[in-house]
Design a protein. Structure first.
Ligand SMILES: [Zn+2]
Length: 564
């Protein structure tokens, strides 16, 4: 036979964790045909020159729900070797939706995931109502494969309208929600996403609908997955309820489906908690229950101004000010009485929902606006406060007010303890991922997760073998989300492949680009050392450039595939 693609002389890492070996990979009709020492005619030959050939990476936690409509490559995940992205996480999705609910639904995605509203207004064509119609709309033209989750907030808004953040659902509304979830699963959605993140608000300052649902509603929706016999459940903000009263373990037990939740991480605001969390997950796994946290190889650095800041939102006096107009913010931050209240809340003991660690030494002045403040760039608030003989809160707010809220700050409180991160990333009880691709587009980029794992954690820190790291990015993730035909480099599997150089692979330097609708800007993070990204047998990216091919498709759950 004539192959469509023959990759010669690769160091094959097949995604199972088995040792690498040298060989060729043959592809025909979008699938891997054979692996080994191969000859024969091929329409295209790629010389891998001893570089790694691996299954394409699965970027398992993304918010490209809107972006995919104007950017079918879902950049920039694919530049880091991702051939599949999973969208619809954390209860947020753009379907199902009725015409009068569009603005509200887009507002949730905009506010929670920090995607500018004018970008969404200009870029989302709203040609669908139901979830299957949305799947069809995005499937028109795709660079990468896209797996979808049906989001509980969208479902609740669809069923309950304006009151979706106000009250429990009636029996009729619940039945409608269950029907919508069933319809999505039957159309091939990979599962359902819910949230227990009580810090997620919409543009009007109301908690997003899914966070308002009582537990009984979560169980009723999860039960649809049991009935249909397929799908995963993803839960945003799952750590607190799981550690409090095993909510997600109970949910997984009740419906018999796997639950993936956010997040197992090391963070300054809760030192040592990751250890307790990991012990909890090991115990759950020993009982045969599938409630599994995601973990993240990145050190999330949050870049913000006090015009749009979520860092202090867990505190009651702070929250309404953060949501107020810029003038009102300035007035509040100047007012001594208000400031006393803000200070008291920051100084109170940390709770499980705290969003700020009080670690002023981790809060950096990234970009002062005024020339006379240039010297503060790169310094942390604790240092600055000391030099100015002020309380850190005063130093911080004085600067913000002095610069009319335009100072750019950065806060890196997460994954700053290397040993802890190494243990978390190596644990079989967690799944690596959580890039949040498509979200927080002007604040931070974590789509470099795979290249950071391979470059920093494997090559520089040596925390695991290359084979293990590839497995973390491929098979482990595909299996966790029910993607049955990808994640392994084996005959019969879909030909999603990445060719990379393990000696140079790493995230590139971040910059900004104006390539969003309405001339919106965002952070761009490209990669080094990724030579080819192949999707369904077609080359999508070659040495960092798009080939013009659109070989991606909407992925379906196994049950949907069987029924065809
Ligand atoms: Zn999310």
């Amino acid at each position: 036979m004539t192959y469509d693609l023959l990759i010669k002389d690769g160091r094959i890492i097949d995604g199972s964790g088995r040792p690498a070996f040298h060989g060729d990979v043959a592809v025909a009709e979008g699938k891997i045909v054979e692996v080994g020492r191969l000859d024969g005619a091929a329409r295209r030959v790629i010389e891998a020159d001893g570089r790694v050939v691996a299954p394409g990476f699965v970027d398992n936690h993304c918010h490209y729900d809107a972006q995919v409509l104007w950017d079918p490559l879902c950049t920039f995940s694919c530049y880091h070797g991702a051939t599949t992205v999973i969208i619809g996480n954390c209860s947020l999705a753009l379907a199902p939706v009725r015409a009068h609910g569009r603005e509200k639904l887009a507002g949730m995605l905009s506010y929670v995931e920090a995607i500018p509203m004018d970008v969404l207004q200009a870029g989302v064509p709203w040609t669908w109502e139901t979830f299957p119609e949305y799947m069809k709309a995005i499937g028109q033209r795709l660079g990468v494969n896209v797996g979808t989750l049906v989001g509980h907030s969208a479902v609740r808004l669809y069923a309950m309208g304006e009151e979706c953040s106000e009250r429990p659902a009636t029996d009729g509304e619940l039945a409608l929600m269950r029907g919508v979830v069933r319809e999505a699963l039957e159309a091939g959605a990979l599962g359902l996403s819910i949230t227990r993140n009580m810090n997620h608000f919409d543009i009007a300052g109301k908690r997003i609908p899914a966070a308002c649902a009582p537990e009984s509603e979560l169980f009723a929706l999860a039960d649809v997955l049991r009935e249909v016999g397929t799908g995963v459940i993803q839960c945003g903000g799952g750590t607190n309820p799981e550690l409090k009263d095993r909510l997600l373990s109970r949910l997984a037990q009740a419906c018999g489906r796997q639950i993936m939740y956010n997040t197992l991480l090391e963070q300054a605001r809760q030192p040592g908690r990751w250890r307790t969390h990991l012990a909890h997950v090991e115990e759950t796994a020993r009982q045969g229950i599938r409630a599994v946290p995601l973990c993240n190889p990145g050190s999330i650095v949050n870049r913000f101004t006090m015009k749009n800041c979520q860092v202090f939102r867990s505190m009651p006096t702070w929250l309404p000010i953060l949501q107020a107009s810029d003038e009102e913010k300035m007035r509040a931050y100047r007012d001594p009485e208000t400031r006393a209240k803000l200070r008291a809340e920051v100084e109170a003991p940390l709770g499980p929902d705290s969003t700020f660690s009080k670690r002023w030494d981790l809060l950096i002045v990234e970009q002062p606006r005024r020339t006379e403040n240039r010297g503060l760039a790169g310094r942390d608030i604790a240092q600055i406060a000391k030099a100015q003989g002020k309380d850190p809160l005063d130093a911080f707010l004085d600067l913000a007010v002095d610069e009319e809220l335009e100072t750019v700050f950065s806060l890196g409180e997460i994954n700053s303890d290397t040993d802890a991160v190494a243990q978390i990333l190596g644990s079989p009880y967690a799944v690596v991922g959580l890039s949040d691709g498509g979200a927080h587009v002007q604040f931070h980029s974590n789509v470099g997760n795979p290249t950071r794992l391979l470059g920093y954690w494997v090559r520089e820190k040596g925390i695991m073998s290359l084979e293990h790291a590839v497995r973390r990015l491929t098979f482990d993730s595909a299996a966790a989300f029910g993607i049955y035909d990808r994640g392994l480099l084996q005959p019969g599997m879909a030909a999603d492949l990445v060719i990379f150089d393990p000696d140079t692979v790493q995230p590139g330097k971040q910059d900004t680009v104006h390539d969003f609708p309405n001339d919106g800007w965002r952070i761009r993070e490209l990669a080094e050392g990724i030579h080819y990204t192949v999707v369904n047998g077609d080359v999508l990216l070659e040495k960092g450039a798009h080939t013009g091919n659109y070989p991606g498709r909407v992925l379906h759950n196994a049950r949907h595939q069987m029924a065809r």
